[in-house]
Design a protein around this ligand. Structure first.
Ligand SMILES: Cc1cc2nc3c(=O)[nH]c(=O)nc-3n(C[C@H](O)[C@H](O)[C@H](O)COP(=O)(O)OP(=O)(O)OC[C@H]3O[C@@H](n4cnc5c(N)ncnc54)[C@H](O)[C@@H]3O)c2cc1C
Length: 338
């Protein structure tokens, strides 16, 4: 059980800057994100695109913004819990008990939801029986490529991830690449390389096919794929990989008793508190009259929510406003020598 003054859900730009604001005023915090990396939409959806409306930064990419926010957090040594989704939020004696899908538990008086458009989840195969093989023989992301060595791997998808992994795994595995269209969406260089490997039989290419069913009781034994013209093929395979992109789902946040309107959470504009005391919502996921879904709005909202957390985390102390330029205690927290 981890005790913290505030728990932040979401490591997008808003969650990151909110952590900075909490630590600046002397509160502890930890961050949970469903993704395996820090940065939210900026890193998942547009790492290379330039952003032009971050105050005092004329131009930076999504990745550069994320790296700068991480750099700004360096003095604080924040604990991130990545690849974990917050599932359960319950109140016990004015303290929130929070649980993730991996079983990590937190006790905190304050939860700041910086969940953006919800958690990013992989789009999955439609046959229901795929679920029982998930994370055993069917994967939507690769953590350890060595398990595929010398095995037969059937890769589904037509974008960069499917192409890149088909090319990479063909070095040491038998690879079937299956796509529901004739055309691939990935980078031309990868499409050319894949076609070259298919010509030399290093990759078995199946276009206009989709997964029809999976076979096997305990272990996956094979799959059936179906052509647009209904012809069915059986393929023996040890592993199946699906790369169909990500979908965003509000997910478990919808079950925490919050005022939700069109996938956003209503808050006040003083503390960014929701209808539940001690639960705040900031960034893209919150709504109030005049809300702008911009990164700069999330920064402002996080700064105010962090100050609101002080009251519940330190009920016997009074919060004192201080500038970073002149506060000795802030400089101490930042490790700045005077
Ligand atoms: C293509 C594109 C271009 C854009 N350009 C600009 C621009 O130029 N300027 C600008 O200001 N804005 C821009 N935006 C919008 C900007 O990216 C968002 O406003 C910003 O990312 C919101 O930040 P956030 O931290 O609130 O949410 P997000 O960045 O969405 O991060 C939320 C995080 O919360 C996680 N999460 C959600 N639920 C859970 C849960 N239950 N458990 C664990 N983790 C969870 C998600 O996995 C995600 O990582 C652009 C957006 C897109 C898509």
């Amino acid at each position: 059980m981890i005790k913290t003054d505030a728990l932040i859900i979401g490591a997008g730009p808003t969650g990151l800057f909110t952590a900075h604001q909490l630590k600046l005023i002397g509160l502890s915090c930890e961050i949970v994100d469903n993704l395996d990396k820090i940065g939210g939409q900026c890193i998942e959806l547009y790492p290379d695109k330039p952003i032009y409306d971050i105050p005092a930064i004329p131009e930076c990419t999504g990745e550069e913004l994320t790296n700068n926010l991480i750099e700004q957090l360096k003095p604080f040594n924040i604990k991130f819990h990545l690849s974990e989704r917050v599932e359960e939020v319950k109140k016990n004696n004015e303290i929130w008990q929070v649980k993730t899908n991996k079983g990590t538990e937190f006790n905190t008086p304050n939860i700041i939801i910086a969940g953006g458009v919800g958690s990013f989840e992989p789009r999955k195969f439609s046959p229901k029986e795929c679920e029982k093989f998930e994370n055993k023989s069917i994967f939507y992301a690769i953590k350890d490529k060595t398990i595929f060595k010398g095995k037969t791997v059937s890769i589904f998808g037509g974008g960069d991830s499917a192409l890149d992994w088909a090319i990479e795994l063909s070095k040491d595995s038998k690879v079937n690449l299956i796509h529901r269209r004739d055309e691939f969406r990935g980078a031309q260089a990868s499409v050319d390389k894949m076609n070259e490997l298919a010509k030399s039989d290093k990759i078995n290419l199946f276009t206009k096919y989709q997964l029809k069913s999976v076979k096997g009781k305990e272990n996956l034994e094979g799959i059936e794929i179906e052509h647009d013209d209904k012809e069915v093929k059986n393929l023996e395979t040890d592993y199946v990989l699906g790369f169909f992109g990500l979908i965003m789902q509000l997910g478990p946040i919808a079950n925490w008793g919050l005022n939700i309107d069109k996938k956003t959470i209503s808050v006040d504009t003083e503390k960014f508190e929701t209808n539940q005391k001690g639960i705040y919502a900031v960034g893209d996921i919150c709504t109030y009259p005049g809300k702008l879904k911009l990164i700069l709005s999330g920064f402002h909202e996080g700064a105010l929510a962090a100050r609101a957390c002080f009251k519940l985390a330190r009920p016997n102390e009074k919060y004192r406003f201080e500038f970073t330029t002149s506060s000795k205690s802030i400089k101490k927290r930042l490790g700045v020598k005077e």
